[in-house]
Design a protein around this ligand. Structure first.
Ligand code: HEC
Length: 155
């Protein structure tokens, strides 16, 4: 079958003769790269999926603070950091985002997450409580700024 295809393709165009040759021709490599890029794009989680992880860790952090479970609080802050790092590493974009995610990360998440990590390490309950409220407010500010104001997060 393959031979037959190559012969008939060979008659119709030089380009196809090349594509029936070694699999390492630049054209084939490019096609492989393109198809892998498509697969990667299809497998990449969307911003909404990351947000669900963020919501889980946000809520778990709130519970840990209420229970004065500082180790768990430190863990959840770390998970929030990791999840937001992933969004940045994978260049996750979304048609709702008015600017690239890292700009919103710097504006809304970086400060509260660093302060919360510090407060959890010091077992500083007052600081954890105040900064957790700031974090939740910032979730909502970013939602508001990206036409997602209806997505209200509660502490
Ligand atoms: C970049 C600004 C931004 C920040 C900061 C942000 N969000 Fe979001 N969030 C969005 C956008 C945009 C969407 C809509 C995603 C989509 O289209 O699927 C969203 C969606 C969500 C959703 C709905 C997900 C779904 O698929 O149903 C939840 C839950 C959520 N965010 C929680 C949070 C929490 C909790 C925080 C704070 C810790 C937070 N977000 C911080 C921009 C942000």
């Amino acid at each position: 079958m393959k031979g037959l295809f190559c012969v008939s393709a060979g008659i119709s165009s030089i380009f196809l003769i090349n594509s029936c040759g070694q699999t390492t021709t630049p054209d084939n490599k490019q096609a492989e790269i393109d198809s892998l890029k498509t697969v990667i794009a299809e497998l990449k989680p969307g911003l909404g999926e990351f947000m669900l992880q963020i919501k889980y860790h946000h809520d778990s952090l709130g519970k840990a603070i209420n229970q004065k479970d500082y180790d768990r609080a430190a863990y959840e802050v770390d998970e929030l950091k990791e999840t937001t790092e992933k969004i940045q590493q994978l260049n996750i974009t979304n048609d709702k985002l008015q600017k690239p995610f890292p700009i919103f990360f710097d504006k809304y998440l970086q400060g509260p997450l660093n302060t919360l990590a510090d407060a959890a390490a010091k077992k500083d309950e007052a600081s954890l409580k105040t900064n957790f409220i700031s974090l939740t407010e910032n979730c909502n500010s970013c939602h508001h700024e990206n036409n997602m104001g209806f997505m209200k997060i509660v502490p």
